[in-house]
Design a protein. Sequence first.
Length: 344
Amino acid sequence: MKAPPHGLPGHLVDFVGALRRHGVAVGPGETVDAAQVMGALDLVHREHLREGLAAAVLRRSGQRQAFDVLFDLYFPAALGAGSGEVEVPRVDDVPEGPVDVDALRDVLADLLRDGDTAALAELARAVVDALGSAGAAGTGIRGVGATPSWSAYEALRVLSPETLLARILDDLRAAEQDDTPFADEVRRREIRDRIAAFRKMVTDEVRRRVAEQRGRDQVARTSVPKAAEQVEFLYGHADQLAALRRIVHPLARRLASRLAVRRRHAKRGALDMRRTLRRSMSTGGVPMRPAYRTRRPGRRSWWCSATCPAPSPGSATSRCCWCRRCGSSSARCACSRSSSAPTR
């Protein structure tokens, strides 16, 4: 990975340009704020830098996922294999020998049980270096002089962290001495979240290693997810649809409340859902122009007609003899003196 030609300011400008190319609107003011953040924070603390830059350049919650992916590419946690305290166990403790998969699964189970995030990140880096090379998983042998092709699928296929769920659950149950169903369900969900976090660490590490070989821009074109509002809901997966729902749901509720108020005050028929949905197809599913049913004649007159007969004594007033303007029957209505019908 080449160093930026203009130092750290040039690297920040490249990062901001990548954000713009992926739909995050970052202007000159946000760029100046990001530069001030980098000058105020200690760059050794990477997570502090991540949160500071996110607060400076982001304006919407749906942009955070794209920001995190680009931040990991432009501000990586390590270069190459890195250096960590967690080492991959080898068969017979022979350096550069085949990987002892059973011992490695034991180490992973212990870290997942303890929930040590930093140690899991170091283990993910070591696992990718040992097992993430396509065609060499579990052997520790690579072609001489060949450029490794990194694959998260190879590393996770050998480890199979999902199969450690029952083992970790038994260890936690024995340590805490709580066998209630509620406690078991809480522990099970917590372990699943840790396993999902470890899988994401492996995937991010593979993305970083590939970016060092092929370049950040090429990897960013295929790895950065689209914003939720840019996803076609017919082809989006569950996470994208959930993010889209978090954006659309408040807008839909606000629109529904406005339509309800407008419908109460408007002198028109009920909402025609079928025609409204047809109109909304051009606006992405949001009924911006609601359609109403046309009132059938004879239900209520808009104004008192001179020919409307007065009710006979002791009989109920017919429905068509009610005035829409004053709400009284034609016998007590004074609106008939008006020469024009009331407007809607």
